[in-house]
Design a protein around this ligand. Structure first.
Ligand SMILES: *[C@@H]1O[C@H](CO)[C@@H](O)[C@H](O)[C@H]1NC(C)=O
Ligand SMILES: *[C@@H]1O[C@H](CO)[C@@H](O)[C@H](O)[C@H]1NC(C)=O
Ligand SMILES: *[C@@H]1O[C@H](CO)[C@@H](O)[C@H](O)[C@H]1NC(C)=O
Ligand SMILES: *[C@@H]1O[C@H](CO)[C@@H](O)[C@H](O)[C@H]1NC(C)=O
Ligand SMILES: *[C@@H]1O[C@H](CO)[C@@H](O)[C@H](O)[C@H]1NC(C)=O
Ligand SMILES: *[C@@H]1O[C@H](CO)[C@@H](O)[C@H](O)[C@H]1NC(C)=O
Ligand SMILES: *[C@@H]1O[C@H](CO)[C@@H](O)[C@H](O)[C@H]1NC(C)=O
Ligand SMILES: *[C@@H]1O[C@H](CO)[C@@H](O)[C@H](O)[C@H]1NC(C)=O
Ligand SMILES: *[C@@H]1O[C@H](CO)[C@@H](O)[C@H](O)[C@H]1NC(C)=O
Ligand SMILES: *[C@@H]1O[C@H](CO)[C@@H](O)[C@H](O)[C@H]1NC(C)=O
Ligand SMILES: *[C@@H]1O[C@H](CO)[C@@H](O)[C@H](O)[C@H]1NC(C)=O
Ligand SMILES: *[C@@H]1O[C@H](CO)[C@@H](O)[C@H](O)[C@H]1NC(C)=O
Length: 478
């Protein structure tokens, strides 16, 4: 018999908030390694330049950091274990592992900020012991658990969620023993209560504790020929995420009364209340038209995501019979920005895709259009290609199967000033704005009248000689 309590209905009763028990906040200006350093100065891009930005293949950014002066306060103090292969990144305290990039970079309103984590644990069963504990604490006041899916393998015990304040527990599930030839791996795949059970925590928690109560009489059975299920409780994080925010002040309103350590220090940034954890701090975001890291000086910038040249030689420029001119491209190094990466999923049928839902029918450089084949009718209502960390530079209209595009969310004037990022690199080309019904989107390029070709590549705009020549010769021939 498996008893899986409907978890979400019991958790609210069990919420035990340990905010005061966790580490007190210390500000970077008063943190041990930073004494005497002007905190405003600390946060500028220059002084953060020497700070590590990655650990293995994971990247992170301020307010998170490693090393003195590189993080906002001890909550954001990361540790990289370089002795592990691949290297492993941990939040403060060393028990909660970071498993994906930590990106404070905002594009539009920051509704929440999260870190994907792992807090797996293995508990060895001991002869004579029949209860075991596992507890987890948020690695600082700046964090709260958003959700966690855990697969717990083992054999013959009940799992309780403990309410420390009431000294009581609620049973989450019972794990029975499978046939002895079932391995931990197989039990984990099914995870149906026999040798394994799945637990979902989906309430904002700053800590939790599990208690495992073994059914045996405190004795472990003779284990010859039995799998590790009989030896240990293996708590594996399948998927878990923490929310973080700036907790020096509870809300944006209170930051207006007290500017000490105000986190949104970039120009063109502002404070946002955290809708998922009201009164538990605030978040920073860049103003409309700006993106980047609002937690560092000059972190919020106008769109600088366009790279006006191929970084790779011999880029393929077609997919079946569809031509794929720059700034679009198929391979890494062949497109001007991630938003223009297309996927040639089948060259023989000319299947060119933005993503699973949107097929490209053609690319028209001179009119600044792409043709779209929708794979289902409802996508036609609103064309949206979502690429992380990229502004939305496509303008789809309901009925039409062609979509306008811009190359960067800049005015022509701004684009020309940022010369190294200016897209209209061909001589005899010019810049023009792209509007949607809601307003300005960005700019694109065009060959000057009398010229044709690709304004996005060197010498791409060519004089319409041949056409002129043909036009002049035609009357002579007739
Ligand atoms: C901190 O350093 C910045 C940049 O050098 C300077 O503009 C600011 O006046 C300094 N603030 C204090 C309180 O010393
Ligand atoms: C940051 O973490 C490292 C490694 O855990 C520790 O040695 C150091 O003291 C911490 N620094 C602060 C300011 O908490
Ligand atoms: C890092 O590398 C591992 C495999 O080594 C991969 O599973 C993971 O997705 C990578 N993470 C990122 C953020 O690239
Ligand atoms: C488990 O935690 C409780 C307190 O929550 C404690 O009384 C008990 O001794 C712990 N048991 C083990 C085996 O650590
Ligand atoms: C549950 O999983 C076990 C072992 O993984 C398997 O032997 C058993 O058939 C599964 N039971 C059901 C009802 O799926
Ligand atoms: C966790 O359990 C689910 C079934 O509840 C299973 O589908 C999944 O493969 C398991 N994942 C891991 C990593 O154990
Ligand atoms: C616990 O389970 C994981 C798979 O989720 C496995 O990689 C690990 O080796 C197991 N640990 C022990 C000690 O059995
Ligand atoms: C302002 O907020 C800081 C916390 O960031 C606190 O230490 C300080 O006492 C507050 N100052 C006033 C005047 O309330
Ligand atoms: C482009 O920038 C303008 C400000 O110049 C802003 O109002 C607009 O929302 C931005 N559009 C996009 C798609 O980011
Ligand atoms: C391209 O499409 C294939 C097949 O759908 C997919 O496996 C692959 O991940 C896609 N590549 C990119 C870069 O989107
Ligand atoms: C085209 O570019 C060439 C070389 O810069 C220049 O001499 C010519 O005047 C340009 N033509 C027009 C119509 O601007
Ligand atoms: C875009 O809109 C602006 C303001 O409404 C207008 O001045 C401009 O001519 C429009 N540009 C294009 C290419 O339609």
């Amino acid at each position: 018999m498996i008893d899986m309590s409907p978890f979400s209905s019991v958790v609210p009763l069990l919420l035990f908030v340990l905010f005061s028990a966790v580490n007190p906040t210390v500000r970077s200006s008063s943190a041990p390694g930073n004494q005497g350093i002007n905190s405003t100065f600390l946060l500028s891009a220059d002084t953060l330049e020497g700070c590590p930005r990655s650990c293995g293949n994971l990247s992170f950014n301020y307010p998170f950091g490693i090393g003195s002066g590189c993080f906002r306060n001890p909550d954001f103090n990361l540790t990289c274990d370089n002795t592990a292969q691949p290297p492993r990144l941990f939040l403060q305290g060393g028990t909660t592992e970071v498993v994906d990039d930590i990106d404070p970079i905002t594009y539009g309103t920051p509704y929440f900020m999260s870190v994907d984590v792992d807090f797996s644990q293995v508990i060895s069963m001991r002869p004579g012991a029949n209860t075991y504990n596992m507890s987890w604490h948020a690695p600082g006041r700046s964090f709260a658990l958003d959700y966690a899916f855990l697969n717990i393998t083992g054999c013959d015990f009940d799992i309780y969620l403990i309410d420390q304040d009431r000294n009581s527990g609620v049973r989450l599930c019972t794990v029975t023993c499978p046939d002895k030839e079932i391995t931990e791996k197989v039990a984990r795949q099914n995870c149906n209560g026999t040798g394994c059970c799945t637990i979902e925590l989906d309430t904002r928690l700053s800590a939790f504790q599990f208690k495992f109560v073994h059914h045996g009489k405190g004795e472990l059975e003779a284990r010859t020929n039995k799998s590790s299920l009989w030896d240990r409780i293996n708590i594996t994080t399948v998927d878990a995420s923490l929310l973080w925010s700036i907790v020096d002040q509870p809300t944006c309103a209170s930051t207006r009364d007290n500017r000490t350590n105000y986190a949104c220090i970039s120009s063109y940034s502002k404070c946002y209340d955290n809708p998922l954890t009201p009164d538990l701090g605030y978040l920073c975001g860049c103003d409309s038209g700006y993106s980047g890291n609002p937690y560092v000086r000059n972190g919020c910038q106008r769109d600088n995501g366009y790279i006006p040249a191929e970084q790779k030689a011999n880029c393929s420029r077609s997919c079946g019979n569809i031509s794929v001119p720059f700034p679009f491209g198929l391979e890494e190094g062949c497109f001007a920005r991630k938003l223009f990466q297309l996927n040639c999923t089948n060259a023989s049928s000319s299947s060119l895709q933005f993503d699973d839902e949107h097929q490209v029918a053609y690319i028209n450089i001179s009119e600044g259009l792409v043709g779209i084949r929708y794979t289902s009718w409802y996508e036609q209502l609103e064309f949206k290609v979502y690429v992380p960390k990229q502004p939305d530079l496509y303008v789809g209209s309901g009925e039409s199967s062609s979509v306008k595009w811009a190359v960067a969310n800049l005015t022509c004037l701004e684009a020309k000033q940022n010369y190294s990022g200016y897209a209209c690199v061909s001589i005899n080309s010019t810049c023009l704005g792209v509007n949607s019904t809601d307003g300005y989107i960005g700019y694109r390029c065009q060959c000057l009248p009398g010229f044709q070709g690709n304004p996005y590549v060197q010498n791409g705009c060519e004089e319409k000689y041949r056409e002129k020549f043909r036009f002049l010769r035609t009357p002579v021939q007739t």
